[in-house]
Design a protein around this ligand. Structure first.
Ligand code: BG6
Length: 511
């Protein structure tokens, strides 16, 4: 069975046996924001609960508002109780929280960075964090420049007393190729590429990491992983949620930039890349970049042919009425922002010649789920033709979330005296096979940054190549705004998306 066929090492060894996280102080810029509350602090708490944090560690929240360490900690506790994967143990929280403090400063106030440097030195002495500093840019992107500039001016970008200094940059990494390049140059002015960790949280998802193991640790799949045997691949990320109070950002971004430029192209790269020369960060990222360079550009009049964009109207999700995107708080009532994109991507290289990748992402769809479905070619229509039985094609589905796992659809003979052929499924579930909950992406990513392993972070050229592909599509959209379509909330997106895949003689998989 597939269950026992997939031998997965714990991924910390699976990607090359890295060092354990080193003692350090994590400084979070934008410490009072949503990301810190919903993701970063719950992730840190879970790492603490699993005994995975470095032996010496401090967390400093850097933000403008005036508050004491105690108030900051109690706000974080409230958030951790709400968003943590594991429930909060009071004793453990207390000991974890004692490592957290608050540093009040404006992002543009150099003196605030200088006093931070002093405070970090004191923390090194008190906690044994050895001058190692990890700076997390979780503030609004328009603050990145001033933060980087002040980190450089205050010398914080260089670590202290022989320690290291690294920076984690949250998405969005730019809004197009020129702005991404500009941001890359800014970051480079303060931190070398080797110390720069660009977050794409999809890379931290356990199942995204499993794509490489599934492909390259199983002779069965890789032998058939090419245009000879694969008909097409569908990559779907579907969310029932709407814009959820993030209109200020989302209305200027849209699904293409919010999800395709980063998460979905990353999944596509992991699915399409050649075996890397090794498991080190650059060997893997080199192969992903090659995929991005092989993407056939979609530009000009091809955009309306190969890319469908939609925006959700009013409708119902799980029986509950929900508003149209344009009626959401802080959304421009005439907004042309897309909340759904479906596109056909061609990877013009030897392995994938003629195999379309259908990528779709949307908000307010009926069901939440992210998956990669590899549809194999049909068997020759000869042997079972006379029986009149239809034979379904093999489909290998990698479920990124929820119910993480892998399933394979096959054909089998139905028991009985006549020849009846039915599709059956072999199914591997992470939960049942490994018997433990998969960690949150941010847990893995924070740990890797503390360990100095950038494998699961995007490299400069990766980000820029992805923007190049996406920018060409956006240019055509700007020139031709009329082709935005609308779909009801709770539907699977606009009918045009069904037409797109129908041209290939197939349909979208139902999640
Ligand atoms: C974020 C996007 O990067 O990813 C959101 O900005 C999206 O719009 C989210 O909802 C999806 O992440 P996940 O982990 O819930 O699939």
């Amino acid at each position: 069975m597939l269950n026992s066929a997939i031998q997965i090492n714990p991924l910390r060894e699976g990607l090359g046996g890295r060092a354990t996280p080193e003692p350090c102080t994590l400084v979070i810029f934008g410490a009072t924001g949503d990301l810190t509350h919903r993701k970063l602090v719950p992730a840190l708490y879970n790492l603490a609960a699993d005994g995975a944090l470095p032996p010496a560690m401090g967390v400093v929240g850097f933000a403008r508002r005036d508050k004491t360490d105690e108030i900051f900690r109690s706000e974080l506790e409230e958030a951790a109780r709400k968003y943590s994967r594991q429930s909060i143990n009071d004793e453990l929280w207390k000991s974890f929280a004692s490592s957290i403090c608050y540093h009040r400063s404006g992002f543009d106030d150099l003196a605030g960075y200088e006093s931070l440097a002093k405070r970090l030195d004191e923390l090194d002495a008190a906690r044994g964090t050895r001058g190692n500093r990890l700076f997390y840019l979780a503030a609004a992107p328009d603050q990145f420049e001033v933060i980087l500039e002040n980190l450089r001016k205050s010398g914080l970008n260089r670590g202290a007393n022989g320690g290291w200094s690294r920076v984690i940059v949250e998405k969005p990494f730019g809004t197009d190729l020129p702005s991404a390049r500009q941001l890359n140059t800014l970051v480079e002015g303060a931190f070398p590429e080797a110390d720069t960790y660009r977050i794409d949280h999809y890379l931290g998802k356990e199942t995204a990491q499993n794509i490489m193991v599934l492909r390259f640790a199983n002779a069965l799949f890789e032998a058939m992983w090419n245009a000879r045997y694969i008909d097409h691949i569908q990559i779907t990320a579907s969310e029932p949620l709407g814009v959820e109070g993030r209109a200020g950002y989302y209305d200027k971004s849209g699904a293409l930039r919010d999800m395709v430029q980063n998460h979905l192209l990353q999944l596509l790269c992991l699915t399409a890349m050649e075996p890397p020369a090794g498991l080190d960060a650059d060997a893997i990222r080199d192969e992903k970049v090659k995929v991005l360079r092989s993407l056939r550009p979609i530009e000009g009049s091809d955009v309306s042919k190969y890319v469908i964009r939609g925006q959700y109207g009013a409708g119902a999700i799980n029986g509950k009425r929900v508003a149209a995107y344009r009626d959401e708080a802080n959304v421009d009532p005439e907004s042309m922002t897309e909340t759904f994109v479906a596109l056909q991507v061609n990877v013009d290289n030897w392995r994938w010649a003629g195999v379309p990748f259908f990528v779709r992402v949307g908000k307010r769809l009926p069901k939440g789920g992210t998956e990669i479905a590899v549809h194999f070619k049909s068997v020759p229509p000869v042997l079972f033709k006379a029986t009149g039985e239809a034979v379904d094609d093999n489909v290998l589905v990698i479920r990124i979330q929820p119910d993480e796992g892998v399933s394979l659809r096959m054909s089998a003979k139905m028991p009985g005296s006549s020849l009846r052929i039915e599709p059956v499924k072999m199914d591997f579930h992470y939960g049942t096979s490994f018997g433990k909950a998969t960690p949150e992406a941010y847990e893995r990513l924070l740990l890797d940054a503390m360990s100095g392993d950038p494998t699961l972070f995007a490299r400069r050229d990766e980000v820029e190549e992805a923007w190049k592909f996406v920018d060409a599509i956006r240019e055509a959209w700007i020139a031709n705004p009329e082709d935005l379509t609308f779909y009801s909330s709770g539907s699977w997106g606009p009918a045009e998306a069904d037409e797109l895949i129908k041209r290939h003689g197939t349909t979208w998989r139902r999640l």
